[in-house]
Ligand binder design. Structure first.
Ligand code: AP5
Length: 182
């Protein structure tokens, strides 16, 4: 059990695992700043700049972005404490950008559920199609699983079954937070 007055949390999971959905609920419950790397990139993509143009091209493919593009945007938006990082880090080269992470919550769902949720989402995202979804899932297995190993070794990783309804997942996430912080 950790006695602390700060909460720095990372949410990790396959695309469509519900990490964004859960992060919003947690941010509301605990008064944390919610930072989504994908959302920051999508915001940047609306700008008529060279970076915006680069992001628009890359986003369609479902590939992970180069660190130099993502890291700067993240650093400009993450406070010193009391935050939830959603979608960052997702490569081993990103784990030291923020060294004061207390807890990493891995929301687990099968690949086929990820595809189903992505294809059912109707928000006009350029990467919500079968081909990009497959690429995003592949990137998770090849890159982000190394991040999971890193946090497991650091004893900061907990896993939650994401293949249940949203409130049940949330209850499990809150249980893990209570174990860590109270
Ligand atoms: P990002 O925006 O982070 O996308 P993602 O990881 O693919 O995740 P999603 O937003 O698709 O899913 P989610 O897990 O948040 O689920 P959600 O709650 O939305 O990143 C986009 C791209 O940016 C990446 O592919 C990459 O190219 C780039 N990028 C981002 N970060 C990067 C980084 N650090 N380094 C390099 N590149 C980076 O839920 C999904 C759907 O399921 C919703 O419709 C929701 O309503 C539904 N749902 C949620 N929970 C449940 C449930 N329990 N039961 C049923 N339905 C549910």
């Amino acid at each position: 059990m950790q006695v602390t007055n700060k909460m720095n949390i990372v949410m990790i999971g396959l695309p469509g695992s519900g990490k964004g959905t859960q992060a919003i609920k947690l941010a509301n419950k605990y008064g944390l700043k919610h930072i989504t790397s994908g959302e920051l990139l999508r915001e940047e993509a609306t700008k008529d700049t060279e970076t915006g143009d680069k992001i628009r091209q890359l986003m369609k493919t479902g590939e992970l972005f180069p660190d130099n593009l993502v890291n700067k945007i993240l650093k400009d938006n993450v406070p010193k404490e009391n935050y939830i990082l959603d979608g960052y880090p997702r490569k081993i080269s990103q784990v030291h950008t923020f060294d004061d992470i207390d807890l990493v919550i891995y929301i687990v769902i099968p690949d086929e559920v990820a595809v189903e949720r992505i294809l059912n989402r109707d928000e006009g995202r350029v990467d919500d199609n079968k081909e990009a979804a497959k690429k995003r899932i592949k990137c998770f297995h090849s890159e982000t699983e190394k991040v999971l190993e890193y946090y497991a070794d650091a004893r900061k990783l907990v896993t939650v079954d994401g293949n249940q309804d949203i409130e049940s997942v949330f209850n499990c996430v809150v249980d893990e937070i209570n174990k860590k912080y109270q």
